[in-house]
Design a protein around this ligand. Structure first.
Ligand SMILES: [Zn+2]
Length: 236
């Protein structure tokens, strides 16, 4: 991978809800952070639908979920988090979210971007679909100065993401060995205690899931993704 002149090897993870990144990609994120990569998070929604009761105060729930997200990020070695605070369950794919994600890419300048696969059939959660589409629109826009030119002030320049890893995909073509970072992933997931009913069930599910994904590739544990290379001319 070509790296920036300053040696940075940056990763940006764009996801819909607090806990999405840890469940889908926590092992990969933890592994890359251990290798010295600088990982940033953008969380699109406020997580305010993350309780199946109306007896919890919404502001308290949002605050709890942000706290849990920050703790999980620290465990994985994520360096910074941006909360866009769009209402949970109501994310809309409009120019506003695409513009903001484009600006974040131009500011953070990642080589690698992780986000939801918006094309997965029967993906029920609208926020996951919208996040994936908006993040990919932003990848295409960020490298071209003719998109959102009003952002290109005070030294902010276009930036081309080199590779996109889509998580939650049904068409994986790249596998990451997370055997050395699986314990970190589990510990990060554990921080989202407001979302966890039976911890034993959750850990069993995650263990079986990631070991099943790794089995065919000879890894104890793995996460799988669909890889896109936006700069590749035949991919456009
Ligand atoms: Zn989610």
């Amino acid at each position: 991978m070509e790296k920036e002149a300053n040696g940075n090897d940056r990763v940006l993870v764009i996801f819909a809800h607090p806990d999405d990144a840890e469940f889908t990609s926590g092992g990969t994120i933890g592994k890359w952070a251990l290798e010295g990569r600088k990982v940033s998070y953008v969380v699109c929604t406020d997580g305010s639908k993350g309780a199946e009761t109306d007896r919890i105060d919404t502001a308290d729930l949002i605050a709890t979920r942000q706290t849990e997200q920050r703790r999980a990020a620290v465990i994985l070695g994520v360096t910074d988090i941006t909360f866009l605070k769009c209402p949970d369950g109501e994310l809309v794919d409009n120019r506003g979210i695409s513009a903001e994600l484009t600006r974040m890419i131009r500011v953070l300048r990642p080589q690698t971007l992780l986000t939801w696969d918006p094309w997965r059939p029967y993906q029920l959660h609208a926020d996951h679909r919208v996040t994936g589409y908006a993040a990919l629109d932003a990848v295409m826009a960020a490298g071209n100065p003719r998109y959102f030119p009003e952002q290109l002030v005070d030294g902010l320049e276009p930036h081309q993401v080199e590779e996109v890893y889509l998580f939650g995909t049904d068409q994986p073509d790249i596998w990451v060995d997370i055997s050395a970072s699986f314990d970190l992933k589990v510990e990060a997931i554990r921080q989202h205690s407001s979302q966890i009913g039976d911890w034993g069930e959750v850990i069993q599910h995650v263990t079986e899931w990631n070991s099943r994904v790794g089995r065919d590739k000879g890894f104890a544990y793995a996460e799988s993704f669909k890889l896109l290379q936006p700069r590749c001319s035949i991919c456009r």
